[in-house]
Design a protein around this ligand. Structure first.
Ligand SMILES: Cc1cc2nc3c(=O)[nH]c(=O)nc-3n(C[C@H](O)[C@H](O)[C@H](O)COP(=O)(O)OP(=O)(O)OC[C@H]3O[C@@H](n4cnc5c(N)ncnc54)[C@H](O)[C@@H]3O)c2cc1C
Length: 418
């Protein structure tokens, strides 16, 4: 049986492992963290293509997987609805997907505490070397190790994430901690707040135990805020003065930074959402663009965020990782014994697709990125935002992502039989 070493045990790596197992490979996942990652949980948008690929992996996306708010609204600074549209997209949680994907893997195929340090290969095999001094051999290695991929760094050391000029503050509050009147008001809404130069989206998600039952859900907030590079250094510096250039771990964000963002929320965000935000312990992630010019290096390939990172506006990062996994499995299956031609087919397909997704999200975030430019240098689109267009883009997300998937011929992987 052919063996794949999957580096990175997040959603991308788990989906690669499932899809390659579905074509008869032995797949083992190596994750650098010592403990399972379920506590990362924040909200996650879904698309039909993600749900279809999960089905191919044997995972049924039933109603316990997410919450579908019926209305998208924009709230002004006073909390009044200024625009409203019907909405039918399901919002799930990162940890909800993680848990079902992990639970469905056979015992012993998900190894924690395994930090890859380097890859070596010869004509017939690839070897992964880990920080604990061990090594593993396989026929193929998939780098699903995210934005700062060790696999990518070895083969493409010059390819680096580019900071987009803004961060996403993220927060989730348990339903039980949201005042009941406020919960009733907000639970059915996919709610935007669009203060000048910024964008906030909030919605209900599965709760802490991945529960969608009444009383056990959560309320999720994503708030995009322009932050210049100097201020980014400051807010990524912890109370002991250590700067975390690759992103500050949430528990180390300084209390003064959190107090400031909460005060800003009170001043400029709709009071309903600001009140929920005030009760959370928020954290932030800088937003990056990343595009790898190549995805295949002999028997090592890149997938998911290791290959391309699109800004999160279309909420399609996990859908893209799912399509990478499905396309990789189909390309290898269709190439029979010729693994290299299968990998070439994978690269030929996922390279332009990844670029298109990065580009779509870059355009959507252009208004936010432009906030760091002097007003005189901004284009008309960067100066003025059309609230109706923002809402329209969000309520038609699945069509938008579906169009890109179809334009790149990836429907075939969504619907492919095993
Ligand atoms: C603010 C924000 C909002 C988002 N919202 C959405 C959304 O609504 N919908 C959506 O689909 N996507 C969303 N995404 C994107 C989504 O989280 C990712 O695109 C998706 O999870 C695929 O990630 P991945 O598994 O490829 O990489 P990651 O999730 O980054 O995982 C990489 C894994 O590799 C491990 N690793 C790294 N280096 C090594 C090493 N050397 N050895 C072993 N293991 C290693 C890491 O510990 C990690 O577990 C969002 C992203 C952000 C930042």
């Amino acid at each position: 049986m052919r063996r794949v070493l999957v580096i990175g045990g997040s959603l991308g790596g788990l989906m690669v492992a499932h899809l390659l197992r579905s074509i008869g490979w032995d797949a083992v996942v190596f994750e650098r963290n010592e403990e399972e990652l379920a506590s990362r949980g924040v909200g996650l948008g879904t698309h039909p293509q993600l749900i279809a690929v999960l089905k191919r992996a044997g995972i049924d996306f039933d109603e316990s997987m997410g919450i579908t708010p019926p209305r998208a609204v924009c709230l002004d600074g006073a909390g009044k609805i200024v625009i409203e549209r019907p909405m039918g997209r399901t919002l799930s949680g990162w940890s909800r997907l993680y848990q079902v994907l992990l639970d469905a893997l056979p015992p012993g195929t998900y190894r924690l505490g395994k930090r890859l340090t380097r890859v070596a290969q010869d004509d017939g095999s690839v070897t992964a070397y880990f920080a604990d001094g061990t090594s593993e051999r396989g026929h193929l290695l998939v780098g699903a190790d995210g934005l700062r991929s060790t696999v990518r760094a070895q083969f493409l050391p010059d390819v680096q994430p580019v900071y987009a000029g803004y961060v996403a503050w993220r927060a989730v509050l348990d339903e039980a901690d949201v005042p009941p009147d406020l919960w009733r008001e907000m639970v059915e809404l996919y709610a935007f707040c669009l203060p000048e130069g910024e964008q906030l989206i909030s919605y209900a998600v599965p709760g802490r135990d991945n529960d969608t039952a009444v009383g056990h859900r959560g309320y999720n907030i994503v708030w995009y805020r322009p932050v210049d590079p100097e201020t980014l250094v400051d807010i990524c510096t912890d109370a002991k003065g250590n700067h975390h250039s690759a992103g500050i771990p949430p528990p180390l964000i300084r209390p003064d930074v959190i107090a400031r963002v909460k005060a800003d929320a009170k001043a400029i965000i709709a009071p309903q959402v600001a009140e929920i935000f005030a009760r959370t312990t928020p954290f932030f992630q800088p937003i990056y663009d990343l595009a790898s010019p190549r995805l295949v290096f002999g028997r090592a390939v890149l997938a998911g965020d290791a290959a391309f990172v699109a800004r999160p506006h279309a909420g399609a990062g996990t859908t893209k990782a799912a399509l990478d996994a499905a396309c990789l499995a189909d390309s290898i299956r269709d190439a029979g014994d010729d693994l290299h031609s299968g990998l070439t087919a994978y690269e030929r397909s996922q390279q332009p697709f990844g670029h298109a997704l990065v580009e779509l999200n870059r355009e959507e975030g252009a208004y936010l990125s432009a906030q760091l430019k002097p007003k005189a240098e901004r284009t008309a689109g960067e100066l003025h935002r059309d609230i109706g267009a923002v809402l329209h883009a969000h309520t038609n997300r699945s069509d938008q992502v579906g169009d890109i998937v179809a334009a790149h011929g990836l429907d075939v992987h969504v619907n492919s039989p095993l």
